[in-house]
Design a protein around this ligand. Sequence first.
Ligand code: RFL
Ligand code: PHB
Length: 396
Amino acid sequence: MGMMRSRTQVGIVGAGPAGLFLGHLLALEGIDSAIIETRSREHVIERVRAGVLEQGTVDLMNDTGLGERLRREGLRHGGVYLSFLGRRHRIDFEELTGGRAITIYGQNEVVKDLIAARSASGRPLDYGVEDVSVADFEGLRPRIRYRREGQEYEITCDFVAGCDGSHGICRPTIPAARLAVYEREYPFGWLGILARAAPSSQELVYALHERGFALFSMRSPAVTRLYFECAPDEDLGRWTDEAIWDELTARLGTADGWRPNRGEILQKGVTGMRSLVAEPMRHGRLFLAGDAAHIVPPTGAKGLNLAVADVRTLSQALAAYYREGRADLLDGYSDRCLRRVWRAQRFSWWMTSMLHRGAGGSGFDYRRQIAELDYVTSSRAAMTSLAENYVGMALE
Ligand code: RFL
Ligand code: PHB
């Protein structure tokens, strides 16, 4: 069999939230795209990841016809709790930000809705592809090559969108001399579980305990999502379900008797934590978006929201190019995204440093962190700063 060749306007590498959302926004502008994905459809839908949508992400889903199930099943939260020294303190987002809030709706639900929209559009989305490469993006006709079930394919594009996540091939394909990568690793990770248990709090709880960080979150009125700080290479096998619940209860439980409800553990995993930004987010006709361009530690709940904000900016730039022949928005894409990205990096780094003890955390650091939490939960100015960053800022 020879090479199967096709042509599209925008070739999209990766069918995570960034790639699928970009395909959706382009379709609404009448722009053709082809999406390719190395994993299976089931894997992409089932992997458990983010759960917090900023107001802007919710608004974009509603405005682009993706909001039907979100409006029914999404849990709107008007605030979060910060917990330390055995007490929970609420930060009231709605009151502090003029009515803005976050919505709990799993990343896999967002992905399901996007896949349904893609299917309805009849545009191509191929799973299970192998040996993906991107070439000629310094010229006018970049190409994507891959193999699927033994057949070789080549897609000739006007532009390529690298939406292939933190371990993808698009970022490393850009010549190292043309890309600055700013990176930081953290000396801890998160052990996360999904449990069949009714959430015992209506809103998220971020806790700093002498034993380290813990987070109480949820996915639905019947499913709780919990995390606690662990070693970056923590051995899951060392943790019985009982020991996981004991650790979570010790770190999250408060003096008034509040603690998470226990239940069957449906899924568990360990994630390392890092920050990374690649600059610029474009080389020639290859544009990076989402985790392919930047990674944030999950403490600020920004990763998915940044991915959506990137592709919104990219779709607007591509629309201006195809409609009016304008290249200025494409030229401004990277700077426009990076301003938001660095804001989110700063916030995620700040939340992470305020709430984690790390292996070598000293008594001095712990007392400074408690003083910071005390300040953030008692000064209206400090609370407003946390609230406006957490719900997401309009940066246009
Ligand atoms: P994704 O979701 O990683 O999707 C990239 C896709 O590209 C595919 N791929 C390729 N496809 C074709 N060719 C190749 N060569 C390819 N190489 C890879 C991959 O299979 C994948 O399907 O990146 P995207 O679209 O940029 O989306 C980013 C988000 O997924 C990510 O930022 C968030 O999940 C981060 N994150 C959180 N973000 C939030 O906003 N709020 C949260 O509460 C939150 N919690 C989390 C998180 C991430 C976590 N993990 C596991 C990293 C909690 C966790 C535990
Ligand atoms: C989640 O629900 O998975 C979640 C919530 C908040 C975070 C990170 C993850 O900061």
